[in-house]
Design a protein around this ligand. Structure first.
Ligand code: NDP
Length: 245
């Protein structure tokens, strides 16, 4: 079966670069209309223009509920009701716990976890009415394993798993399927800063012997957004090349 998302509208947060951009490209390639979302409207619009005329760029900080509601409304006005929501926007403020400030904690939890709550609340009513929807949350392997120096980030990603499972249970009767993808180490701006030595050590732990590419995550999103995944909800799919087995 070929994945065909023609007629569907996707809204992908954090799709101006990295994993989100690969997700937007994959969904667009499968025929979906795509809302490209970042904090900078010009950047979001230029990425959308590079995809093609079935894409529109809108801006919001996902941590801000009013901005999310406005961005969802703006995307729906151009592209139609959202069928596929991908909560990919995320950021890090890494430090050992003793040095984490309240601001480091709040910034990460507000964007990574509360942001997903905001977008789900803003889009799920429409999905309920149409009795159809897919919500795909991009978590992280560290949400399952924890990680030194990332207590705030790991907590936000573990929280996304609880959110995923709860919303999956609440809305399964409306045919809204909610899943979480937990990527391992994927090469993007977020992981660029990692020193060469740490990179080499990490590589030794990855069974498939290579770092992940944004497309590795995008392929899994495409699957979960498609009819192929019609009987999967409330799950966490690990996409880490066998880093944690
Ligand atoms: P990048 O830093 O490369 O990109 C992050 C994206 O999120 C950008 O498009 C950015 O847009 C957007 N963004 C960040 N904060 C906000 C916000 N508050 N509101 C709206 N948009 C925001 O990250 P990656 O592509 O590496 O990561 C994408 C997701 O995958 C994240 O959730 C991350 O936690 C997760 N992940 C990544 C892994 C990796 O190894 N790279 C591993 C596991 C999970 P802009 O700056 O234009 O606003």
């Amino acid at each position: 079966m070929i994945i065909d998302l023609a007629g569907k509208t996707a809204f992908v947060t954090g799709s101006t670069r990295g994993i989100g951009l690969a997700i937007a490209k994959a969904l667009y390639g499968a025929g979906a209309k795509v809302g490209v979302v970042g904090r900078d409207v010009e950047r979001a619009r230029s990425v959308a223009a590079s995809l093609g005329d079935r894409a529109a760029g809108v801006a919001c900080d996902v941590a801000k509920a009013d901005q999310v509601d406005a961005a969802v409304a703006a995307a729906e006005a151009v592209l139609g009701p959202i069928d596929i929501l991908v909560n990919n926007a995320g950021l890090t403020r890494d430090n050992i716990l003793l040095r984490l400030t309240d601001a480091d904690w709040d910034t990460v939890l507000d964007a990574n976890l509360k942001g997903a709550f905001h977008t789900i609340r803003s889009t799920i009513k429409g999905m309920m009415k149409r009795r159809s929807g897919r919500i795909i949350n991009i978590g992280s392997i560290v949400g399952l394993t924890g990680n030194k120096g990332q207590a705030n980030y790991a907590a936000s990603k573990a929280g996304l798993i609880g959110l995923t499972k709860s919303v999956a249970k609440e809305y399964a009767s409306r045919n809204i399927l909610v899943n979480c993808i937990a990527p391992g180490f994927i090469e993007t701006d977020m992981t660029d800063a990692l020193p060469t030595e740490a990179r080499a050590t990490l590589l030794e732990e990855i069974a498939l012997g290579r770092l992940g590419r944004p497309e590795d995550v995008a392929g899994t999103v495409l699957f979960l957004a498609s009819d192929l995944a019609a009987y999967i909800t409330g799950q966490v799919l690990v996409v880490d090349g066998g880093m944690v087995i």
